[in-house]
Ligand binder design. Sequence first.
Ligand code: HEC
Ligand code: HEC
Ligand code: HEC
Ligand code: HEC
Length: 428
Amino acid sequence: MSFKTIHLKWAALGLAVVSAIGAVADEAKRRHEGVATCASSLCHGSSQPLKAYESVLQNEYTTWSQFDLHSNAYKVLFNKQSQEIARRMGIGPAHEAPACLVCHSDAIPAAQRGVKFQLDDGVGCESCHGGSEKWLSTHYQVPKISRSENLARGLVALENPDTLAVTCLACHVGDKDRYANHRMMAAGHPRIVFELDTYLELWRTSGGREHYRKSAQTAHAALWAKGLIESSRRQLDLIDRHGAGRLGPIPDFGIYACHSCHRDLRLSAFGGSSYSLGGPGDLRWQDAHLLVLQQVSQALRLESSRPLHRAIIGLQRSANGDMASLKKALATTRDALLVTERELKGRSWSAAEMNAVVQALIDASRRGGFPDPAAAEQAAMGLVVMLAGLQLDRGKRAEIDRLFDDLRDDNAFDQRRFVKWMSVLGAR
Ligand code: HEC
Ligand code: HEC
Ligand code: HEC
Ligand code: HEC
């Protein structure tokens, strides 16, 4: 099942009753006894829907374990995509990382895990229905023990749209403990899509089985509107938490409209992430000129070469750090530039030196040192300036044209072609 199949699944749309009023139980300390406690064939593990109760099909466990992606949410953390995300983020194995477990499992503290609780059940019954410590033995004794009494014992009133919305959106939009930040997205996490009514229906009928019956006319429009309001509210909370008031020069991009920056969400469109000195999705200051200057100073063996190199690294790290380190990095880089300027002043560029710069530019491009179109065009122009100084440009007009043709369209920038033409131009 995926977002793309929604329209197909939508045909199976059912109807429901929204009745009892409830509130989110204080989940804080209740023990979660584990999916296994629900799975008996006499309880919720029947292979077929039963008719003993109107609202309870008794095959919920079977449906969940075979058709509901939630039962797979933890296992997915072992797949290749998850391993890659975790590797890029540098957070250790995904299946052990709290950053992933908060949404991909029932990530309650160890003290709240009952004997049969298993993390690898992923998003299990109690992730939605609440920790069953106090209601497990009473919830099927209705009417002897009333529904409101079970709710008081911590059974979550999912029939209440407010409670339902809060439950799903906690993971599908985020809350104070759960947030799929920009670094995660840039490391390869799918952009999260959710609409309460559509996704509820998609999920309720996963695999063509019903998780629960819908018996009468329910206002899908009302649930849709409820979801829009509650999702918006949650988005505001995320903006509050991750957008404003951070110490650094930038907030987390994950709360902004992805497409305000991106036209393309493919990984490494420019092969740029490997260059990033921080984590995936980190910002870089514009540094195209600095990157080329660094190659010059290294090729000419200037004394400022090392300090300049270090300054550039510090500067780029500061793009995602705090204000104090940014100020310090700016000062250090200004100092390094002053020294470089002094060393370059009045220099007569020998042929050997220009050749060394040509070589340095080509080597750096091979190492991915000019990671985006802006840096690549600086390197290309520098290379041609040096070739002209060496009077080698005339015989290479066609190749030079090819190099700049390739650089004309930023969106078509191709690191490999760029490196190829740089190398061709540098060949004697
Ligand atoms: C805020 C909750 C949240 C967090 C945090 C989160 N995920 Fe997810 N993840 C989701 C949701 C929701 C989906 C389903 C996406 C959809 O269909 O919109 C998903 C989907 C995925 C998928 C694709 C699954 C598939 O079936 O194709 C992978 C892989 C994944 N997550 C891995 C991770 C990893 C690794 C981490 C930790 C670095 C992580 N997730 C953290 C909520 C989260
Ligand atoms: C993703 C959240 C989620 C998970 C996981 C989940 N449920 Fe549900 N369940 C719901 C929702 C929502 C309803 C519908 C509540 C309503 O409208 O009355 C529901 C309805 C039910 C019902 C019908 C009776 C009632 O309370 O409305 C039963 C029984 C049930 N679930 C059992 C289970 C069992 C057993 C598991 C685990 C094998 C499970 N559920 C896992 C969300 C979930
Ligand atoms: C504890 C976190 C959590 C809760 C609560 C939760 N989900 Fe999910 N949901 C996930 C994760 C993680 C995935 C992705 C699982 C995977 O692909 O392996 C997912 C997947 C889904 C999918 C499949 C999406 C796709 O792209 O195919 C649907 C539909 C869905 N959830 C609906 C719901 C609804 C409706 C609720 C509330 C009744 C809910 N979820 C509650 C974490 C959660
Ligand atoms: C304010 C601008 C901005 C916003 C908004 C933004 N991003 Fe990014 N994104 C970036 C930057 C900067 C990078 C790093 C690019 C690089 O490393 O070359 C990046 C990198 C990425 C990458 C990796 C691309 C690659 O080439 O490896 C992905 C995927 C991504 N973002 C997804 C998202 C998603 C999903 C959202 C919305 C939740 C989002 N971004 C919002 C600026 C933004």
